[in-house]
Unconditional design. Structure first.
Length: 586
């Protein structure tokens, strides 16, 4: 049967009351209780999988979030008894309770997108409506111990195949990379790697990560923080500002709206692997209909948010008179559980495929949405007074291996039916290889670094040689740069095949010590990731380009107040950088 988005057989099973409005599962242009609907076809394309009873059976999914209402009537049948954990109360029920927790509905809404129960006469259904759920309120108690328990520690969550991480930071400063097993970051790295490669007899678990919601603005100290204008069309938050997004073991996901374009808020960057439905805000354009904290005094759908949130579903309406569901869940926080659900469908249909193979299948069958998405160009005045134009962020580009990639959409929109079809004849990837870090030092034996000219007429370029001849899956870069206004910097990497990837777009929110004098200036062994070179050969010369794109005073907005930031008084310095390739032989 033709399982495409244009098939005449396209029909989603299930008779729950909200199923017809779940555009992320099957987009017919419905409005999902918003004023306007989207464009048909912009969905996960799961209809044939569901009709063939591929529903996430026997796949355990952890919702690492702010909590999970384990007795919710549209979730309870899929919740694993005794497997969740509340780090505050130290018991196995992370259900948010009481007036102080009325806003803590995020994890419950995430869980509904993944695995809300099908055909029970209420609500809608999840992407994988027979997957098993367990929840951790890690965001309410963010210790290293809590992170390890909720991300695969033996005896707690080591039987989880999918970890959904719909959370992240604002990334205003640089945090140094570490693989020291005694450090916080090093211990996390080790656990990510162990679960991804060793768990389930070597098939591995997968970690799904939201890219962030900072394209237009973020927050700092609970205040709105953003540019004062349209920021030249560039993202305020690049996904590589966060070291967790740049961690190879995380599948970082951007958000798509119902019209098939980047959700207005979605962070982007070269660490984005795929895009999945995130929606908009549910007022003018669709968000997601999903589970909410039960009752009309808790969650997103509650009495004291009416008429502020005047949505047709909300406020104890006839279709949901107990306010157990909401129609405003959005963000890359929604794109992540859509992706987790897609992985669950793949894992239930092909339980002997590794998480790495499923990554590859989803990437190579993804849909190139918004195919006309173009480069974002930045024109600035150099220190010599002339104008220079650079590519601040790429649109869709085909690399030397023929792979299409976009830092906005990764390899494209997930197409579950296409991935399931491709899996029928799929041959697993060869063994994975990580090269050693290849270093270029410019801060030793009396050197003080390569100069990065303020408002430069040319980029500062530096190269390293990679000897290993691998087929690339991904590339990671670590940079150390002395610069007092690092958001001016455009950082790019060029492969031996001539493909160029923007690792860090300029005019971003990395204002660091401008916001807090205790924060360091510049990049300190800052980790970045690019998927753009996937399929190319690794051997040869790799070149890093760093350009300072601004020599003027800049303005930004914090808490509604416009503030000025003086230009850096001295040129920047590239002191060291390194690169490693993740790939396979052959």
């Amino acid at each position: 049967m033709d399982g495409s988005r244009t098939s005449d057989e396209r029909c989603l099973p299930g008779d729950d009351p909200f199923t017809a409005e779940q555009w992320h599962l099957l987009n017919r242009g419905q409005n999902a209780f918003a004023r306007e609907g989207g464009q048909p076809g912009n969905d996960l394309n799961v209809w044939l999988a569901h009709r063939q009873d591929v529903l996430g059976q026997n796949v355990n999914v952890a919702v690492v979030d702010d909590g999970l209402e384990i007795a919710h009537p549209d979730l309870a049948a899929n919740v694993r008894a005794g497997k969740s954990y509340d780090f505050v109360e130290r018991d196995d029920d992370p259900t948010p309770e009481g007036w102080s927790s009325r806003n803590t509905a995020h994890g419950t809404s995430v869980a509904g997108i993944i695995a809300a129960v099908r055909d029970n006469g209420i609500g809608g259904m999840g992407v994988a409506p027979l997957a098993n759920l367990q929840g951790y309120n890690y965001l309410e108690y963010q210790s290293q111990n809590a992170w390890e328990i909720s991300h695969g520690r033996e005896g707690y969550s080591d039987d989880v195949r999918i970890f959904n991480q719909s959370y992240g930071g604002s990334g205003i400063r640089s945090y140094p990379y570490s693989d020291d097993p005694m450090s916080y970051a090093g211990r996390q790295n080790a656990q990510y790697k162990k679960m991804s490669t060793d768990a389930f007899g070597g098939l591995g678990a997968v970690f799904i990560k939201s890219a962030g919601n900072g394209y237009k603005r973020t927050s700092f100290n609970r205040q709105r923080f953003g540019p004062v204008d349209e920021n030249h069309g560039l993202p305020w938050q690049n996904s590589n500002q966060s070291s967790s997004n740049a961690n190879y073991w995380n599948v970082t996901v951007s958000a798509l709206n119902a019209d098939g374009e980047r959700s207005s808020y979605s962070s982007v960057g070269s660490s984005v692997f795929l895009t999945a439905p995130g929606g908009e805000y549910g007022t003018n354009k669709p968000a997601h209909i999903t589970t909410d904290l039960t009752g009309c005094t808790m969650g997103y759908n509650r009495d004291d948010r009416i008429p502020y949130d005047s949505h047709d579903l909300h406020g104890g309406t006839e279709i949901d008179n107990t306010c157990d569901f909401n129609s405003v869940m959005n963000g890359t926080s929604s794109a992540a559980p859509n992706t987790s659900g897609a992985f669950a469908l793949m894992m239930s249909a092909y339980p002997n495929l590794s998480q790495r193979d499923i990554r590859h299948l989803l990437a190579t069958t993804a849909t190139r949405v918004d195919a006309d998405d173009a480069d974002v160009l930045l024109t600035y005045q150099t220190a010599f007074g002339d104008e220079r134009t650079v590519t601040g962020l790429e649109g869709w580009k085909q690399n030397a291996a023929g792979r299409w990639y976009s830092p906005t959409y990764g390899f494209g929109l997930i197409d579950v039916n296409a991935a399931l079809e491709a899996a029928k004849t799929y041959q697993s990837l060869p063994a994975q290889v990580f090269t050693d870090w290849t270093w270029s030092y410019h801060n030793q034996e009396g050197e003080t670094g390569l100069t990065i000219a303020d408002a430069g007429s040319v980029a500062t370029a530096d190269s390293v040689q990679v000897a290993d001849n691998l087929t690339i899956e991904a590339v990671q870069v670590r940079t150390s740069i002395e610069h007092s206004r690092m958001s001016d910097l455009l950082i790019e990497l060029e492969s031996p095949s001539g493909t160029r990837s923007v690792l860090m777009s300029p005019r971003n929110s990395m204002l660091s010590n401008t916001l807090d004098s205790t924060y360091p200036e510049g990049f300190t062994d800052h980790l970045m990731l690019s998927h753009k070179f996937n399929g190319e050969a690794s051997q040869g010369q790799w070149t890093l380009y760093v350009t300072d794109t601004d020599g003027k005073t800049r303005q930004y907005s914090l808490g509604g107040e416009v503030k000025s930031m003086a230009n850096n008084s001295v040129d920047g310095k590239l002191t060291q950088w390194s690169l490693r390739v993740i790939g396979h032989r052959g």
